[in-house]
Design a protein around this ligand. Structure first.
Ligand SMILES: Nc1ncnc2c1ncn2[C@@H]1O[C@H](COP(=O)(O)OP(=O)(O)O)[C@@H](O)[C@H]1O
Ligand SMILES: [Mg+2]
Length: 868
C-alpha cells in the first residue's frame, strides 16, 4: 500500500475549520473540534499544531476513564524533568500525586486542598520551557472526569490556549460540561464529511497509479458517506485486492472493522502476534512490554513492527486509529486474549502500574481474586489520594460485584461498607436501604453486624427519621462495644445523640455523649473526637449548661486545630461565641469571633461561616453599645442571607433590637415587617419577633399592644432549653403586669438565672427589679438589688436590654432614698456617657433619635438636667 494512503500528503478542504482554529488561537479563545471517528480531528489538529510553535498535543486514551487524573499525568509527563526539578518544593509535593518520582504524596482531604493541587498543576504548566502557548487535548471522549474538571479549571485561569477534540456522541458528563462552557465562549468546529469534489481531490492527492479520481469519487461518496478514514480504508482494500474501480468491487465500508481485520490477517504471523499484543495491552502497550509478553528481545520486534507501520496499522508506536485497534482486538480469540491479559497484568503489577489498569487486565483474564484486590486499591486511591468520590464509588461497586461473584462474604462486606461510606460522603441521598440490606446479609461477625447497624442508623438520621434512628444507633453502639470497637460505638452514639437533639431532646443527647468524653479525649480518632466535642458542646448549650459547654467548645477548637480541620475549628469558635453571648459576655464572645476569623482566613475556610460570624459580632457590638460597628457588621451579614428565609429572619430581629436602642422605632417596625410571614420559622424566632414588636409598641406608648405581643412571645418561647430568651421576654412582660405579679416573676427569673450562671439575664433581671420595686415604693428591696447590681463583674452586659436602663434604675432608687448628692453625680456621669456614645459610637443621622427617642435616654437626660 503506498504511503500516501496512510497519511494523505495534503489536507483537503477544512479551510473554514482552519480559519476558525486560527481565530480562536489568535484571540486566546478555547476551541472545540467535534467529529465522528475517522472524520479527521487528529489530522486537522496535528497539522495545525505543526503550524504553531509551542503547541503541545496530549491525547486521552481508552481506559483512562477508570484512572483518576490519567490525562493530567500524561500532560505533566510532557514537561521535562529538569523543569520540574526547579519548581518550588510546595508545588512539587502537590504534583507528586501524579508523578511518584517527585516524592511522597499526601491525600487530598478537602476542597481547599484540591484547589491547591489544581493551582500547582497550573504553575507547573507555566514553568514549562519553551513556554507552552497552547495545549491541544485530543480524544476528549476517552478522558477521565477528574482530569476534565481540572482542565476546565486550568482553562478558566486563562494562562494557556486550549483546543479540544472529541466524538460528540461519546462525551461523558464532565466533558459535556467542559464543551458547553467552550461552546459559549469559544469556537465550535463541527467537522463535516467530505463532499464529492473534496473526495475527488483527496483521491487525486494520493497519486495512485491507474486511478481515475473523478470517476471514483461518486462511488466512494456513496460507500463512505465522506468519512476520510473510510475513504482511505476502502481504497486500501481495493488496492490490496488489485481490483478495478467499479461499484461492485468496492468493499462495503460499513463494516470497516472487518475490512481492517482482513488487512491484518494478511500480515506475517510475527506481525499479527505483535498487533494482537498491542490490542490487548491497550494504553499499557510498549515495545518493552511486547518483548516480555512475546518472550523475544526488543530488537527482534523490529521487523514485525516495520511491517505493521508499512501496512498502516501502526503509527508512532501505537495503532494508527482507534477503529484499527478495535478491529485488532476483535480478531484475538477469547482464550488467547484471556491469557495475554493475565501476562500483561503480571508484568504491570511488577511495575506498580495504576491499580485501575491492573484491575481491567485481571478482570479480562478472568482472575477475579486479583481483580478484586486491584479494584479495592484503585478505589481507595481515588477516595483518599484524590478525593474523587464518584470514581471511588464506581470502583467499589465493581469490587462488590466481583466479590459477590466469588462468593466471598468478607470481601463483599468490606467493599459494600466502603461503597456506602463513599456514597454517604458523596451524596447521602444516593444511599438506599437495599444497599444496607445487602451489607447486613454479608455481615458474618458481631463486629460487622454492628458496622451495618451503625450505618443504618446513620442513614436514618440523615433521612430525618429521628425517632427510628435513635434506638438503631444505640443498639449499634451496644453491639460495637461488645465486639470491642469503641470507635464505632462512639460514632453510633454520636448519631443517636444527633437524632435526639433533632427531636428536641438535648437532655438525652448530653446523657449519651457526656460519658464518652474521657475516652474520646484520649483515644478517639480526630474525626470522632471533633464530631463528639462539637455535638456535646451544642447540646450542653441547649440544656443551658453554658459553662460546661464553653469548656467543651474550647476543646473542640483545640482538637480541630490540632487535626488541621480548620473548617471545624471555625465553627467551634463560632459556637463558643454564641454561648458566651447567651451568658452576657460580649467581650469574650468578640475574642472567640476574632479567633474564628483568624483560623478561617489563614486557611481559606471562612465562606460557610461568614454570616453567623458577622451576626454574632453585630450582636456583641450592640450589647457593648458600639452601634456604628454593630450597624456595619449586620449590614455585611445582610449580603449572605439571600435565599435563606431563616437567616434573613434571624438577622431582622437583631437589627430591630438595634434600631430600638437607637430610638428608630419606625425602622424597627419596618425591619420586623420584612420577615417573611409565610416562611416556616422556628418557635424561638417567632417568639423573638413578637418580643421586638412588643418593644416597638412600648416605645410608642401603646401599652395594650405591647402586652398582647409579649403574651404571644411568652407562649411561643421554648421553656425547656436555651431559656435566656424566655427570661428576657418575662422581663419585658413584667413592665405591663400588676405589681405583685411582676415582682414575683422577675424574682423567679433571677433565681433561675443565678442557678444556671446566666449572668446577662441576672443583670437584666436586677435592673428591672430595682426599677419596678422603686416604682412600687419598695425602697428596701430596690436598694438591696442596687447593691447587688454594683457587684456585677465588669465584663457582663445585660443580654439585649439597653444598658442605659441600669443607670436610670440606680438614679431612681437613689432619688427615692433621698440620696440627692449621689443622684446628681450618678446622673451627670450617665448623661456624659450617653453623650459620648452618641458622639463616638452612633452615626450622625441617628444621634438625635438616640438621645431623644430612646425612652431610657430621654428620661435620663431630662432627670439629669432637672437635678443639675
Ligand atoms: N481533510 C483531510 N485531508 C486529508 N486527509 C485526511 C483529512 N481528514 C482526515 N484525513 C486522514 O484520514 C484519516 C483519519 O483521520 P483522523 O484525523 O485520524 O480522524 P479522527 O481523529 O477524527 O478519528 C487519517 O489518515 C487522516 O490523515
Ligand atoms: Mg483521532
Amino acid at each position: 500500500v503506498p504511503l500516501s494512503v496512510l497519511r494523505p500528503p495534503r489536507l483537503i478542504g477544512r479551510d473554514a475549520e482552519w480559519a476558525a482554529l486560527q481565530r480562536a488561537w489568535d484571540e486566546h479563545e478555547p476551541a472545540l473540534v467535534l467529529g465522528e471517528a475517522g472524520m479527521g480531528k487528529t489530522r486537522l489538529l496535528s497539522d495545525f499544531a505543526r503550524s504553531r510553535a509551542q503547541a503541545a498535543i496530549v491525547p486521552a486514551r481508552p481506559g483512562d476513564e477508570r484512572v483518576v487524573y490519567a490525562l493530567i499525568a500524561r500532560l505533566l509527563r510532557l514537561i521535562a524533568a529538569e523543569r520540574l526539578a526547579v519548581l518550588d518544593a510546595g508545588i512539587r509535593n502537590e504534583l507528586a500525586r501524579l508523578l511518584p518520582e517527585l516524592g511522597e504524596a499526601a491525600p487530598i482531604r478537602s476542597d481547599a486542598e484540591r484547589a491547591r493541587f489544581f493551582n500547582a498543576v497550573a504553575a507547573a504548566l507555566q514553568a514549562q520551557q519553551p513556554r507552552v502557548a497552547g495545549v491541544i487535548v485530543d480524544d476528549l471522549h476517552f478522558a477521565d472526569d477528574a482530569s476534565v474538571e481540572l482542565i476546565q479549571y486550568l482553562e478558566g485561569t486563562g494562562c494557556q490556549r486550549w483546543v479540544f477534540a472529541g466524538r460528540p456522541a461519546e462525551l461523558g458528563a464532565a466533558a459535556r460540561a467542559l464543551t458547553d462552557a467552550v461552546r459559549d465562549r469559544g469556537q465550535l468546529i463541527d467537522l463535516r464529511p467530505l463532499d464529492e469534489a473534496q473526495i475527488a481531490r483527496l483521491v487525486e492527492s494520493l497519486a495512485l497509479p491507474d486511478i481515475d479520481a473523478a470517476a471514483m469519487a461518486p462511488l466512494l461518496a456513496r460507500h463512505t458517506g465522506g468519512n476520510p478514514l473510510f475513504v482511505l480504508e476502502s481504497l486500501k482494500g481495493w488496492l490490496t485486492q488489485g481490483g478495478q474501480a467499479t461499484d461492485a468491487r468496492l468493499p462495503a465500508v460499513r463494516h470497516v472493522g472487518a475490512l481492517i481485520e482482513r488487512r491484518i490477517g494478511r500480515l506475517s504471523s510475527a506481525a499479527v502476534r505483535l498487533a494482537r499484543c498491542a490490542a490487548v495491552a491497550g494504553q499499557d502497550f510498549s515495545a518493552e512490554l511486547a518483548a516480555r509478553v512475546l518472550s523475544v528481545q526488543p530488537l527482534d520486534l523490529a521487523d514485525a513492527w516495520g511491517e505493521l507501520e508499512a501496512a498502516q496499522v501502526f503509527r508512532d508506536g501505537a495503532f494508527a486509529h482507534d477503529l484499527i485497534a478495535d478491529a485488532a482486538r476483535a480478531s484475538v480469540p477469547a482464550a488467547i486474549a484471556r491469557e495475554l491479559h493475565g501476562q500483561i497484568a503480571r508484568l504491570l503489577a511488577d511495575r506498580d502500574a495504576a491499580p485501575a489498569r491492573l484491575a481491567e487486565h485481571w478482570l479480562a483474564a478472568g482472575r477475579h481474586r486479583q481483580a478484586l484486590d486491584a479494584l479495592m486499591r484503585a478505589a481507595a486511591e481515588a477516595h483518599h489520594q484524590a478525593l474523587r468520590l464518584a470514581e471511588a464509588a464506581q470502583l467499589y461497586e465493581g469490587a462488590v460485584a466481583v466479590a459477590e461473584q466469588l462468593g466471598d462474604r468478607e470481601a463483599a462486606f468490606d467493599a459494600l461498607h466502603a461503597l456506602l461510606e463513599t456514597l454517604i460522603a458523596l451524596d447521602r441521598d444516593r444511599v438506599d436501604e437495599a444497599l444496607i440490606d445487602r451489607l447486613d446479609a454479608q455481615a458474618a461477625t458481631p463486629r460487622r453486624q454492628a458496622q451495618a447497624l451503625s450505618l443504618r442508623g446513620h442513614v436514618l438520621l440523615h433521612r430525618g427519621r429521628y425517632a427510628q434512628a435513635i434506638p438503631v444507633s444505640q443498639r449499634a453502639a451496644d453491639l460495637a462495644r461488645a465486639a470491642g470497637d469503641e470507635e464505632l460505638a462512639a460514632a453510633s452514639l454520636s448519631d443517636a445523640a444527633a437524632a435526639a437533639s433533632q427531636v428536641g431532646d438535648a437532655d438525652r443527647a448530653v446523657r449519651l455523649l457526656r460519658p464518652l468524653l474521657p475516652w474520646a479525649l484520649e483515644h478517639a480518632s480526630d474525626d470522632t473526637r471533633i464530631n463528639l466535642l462539637g455535638h456535646l458542646g451544642l447540646s450542653l448549650d441547649n440544656i443551658d449548661h453554658q459553662a460546661e459547654a464553653q469548656s467543651v467548645h474550647q476543646r473542640a477548637i483545640e482538637a480541630a486545630t490540632h487535626a488541621r480541620r480548620f473548617d471545624e475549628a471555625v465553627s467551634a469558635a463560632g459556637n463558643l461565641a454564641i454561648s458566651l453571648l447567651d451568658v452576657g459576655r460580649p467581650r469574650a464572645a468578640l475574642d472567640a469571633i476574632a479567633q474564628a476569623r483568624r483560623l478561617g482566613a489563614a486557611y481559606d475556610e471562612l465562606h460557610g461561616h461568614s454570616f453567623s460570624l458577622n451576626l454574632f459580632e453585630g450582636v456583641a457590638a450592640m450589647m457593648l453599645r458600639r452601634y456604628r460597628t454593630a450597624l456595619a457588621t449586620l449590614e455585611i451579614a445582610l449580603a449572605d442571607v439571600a435565599h435563606n428565609a431563616l437567616a434573613a429572619a434571624a438577622l431582622s430581629v437583631h437589627r430591630a433590637c438595634l434600631w430600638l436602642h437607637l430610638g428608630q422605632t419606625a425602622r424597627a417596625q419596618r425591619e420586623l415587617g420584612m420577615i417573611d410571614s409565610q416562611a416556616a420559622v422556628p418557635a424561638w424566632l417567632d417568639a423573638r419577633r413578637q418580643q421586638m414588636l412588643g418593644r416597638c409598641a412600648w416605645a410608642l406608648e401603646r401599652r395594650a399592644d405591647a402586652a398582647r405581643h409579649w403574651d404571644a412571645a411568652a407562649s411561643s418561647a421554648p421553656m425547656n432549653e436555651r431559656t435566656v430568651l424566655a427570661a428576657m421576654i418575662a422581663l419585658d412582660r413584667a413592665l405591663v403586669q400588676p405589681a405583685a405579679v411582676s415582682v414575683a416573676e422577675i424574682q423567679a427569673v433571677l433565681a433561675k438565672a443565678e442557678r444556671l450562671g446566666h449572668f446577662g439575664s441576672m443583670l437584666a433581671a436586677r435592673v428591672r427589679l430595682a426599677g419596678l420595686a422603686c416604682q412600687h415604693g419598695d425602697i428596701d428591696t430596690a436598694q438591696r438589688v442596687c447593691a447587688e447590681l454594683a457587684q456585677t463583674p465588669d465584663d457582663i452586659e445585660p443580654n439585649d436590654l439597653y444598658g442605659g436602663e441600669r443607670w436610670l434604675a440606680s438614679a431612681r432608687v437613689l432619688h427615692a432614698a433621698g440620696r440627692r448628692d449621689e443622684v446628681a453625680r450618678g446622673l451627670a456621669a450617665a448623661a456624659a456617657t450617653i453623650r459620648r456614645i452618641a458622639r463616638d459610637e452612633v452615626p450622625p443621622e441617628f444621634r438625635d433619635s438616640y438621645l431623644d427617642r430612646n425612652p431610657v435616654n430621654r428620661e435620663l437626660l431630662a432627670l439629669a438636667s432637672r437635678l443639675a
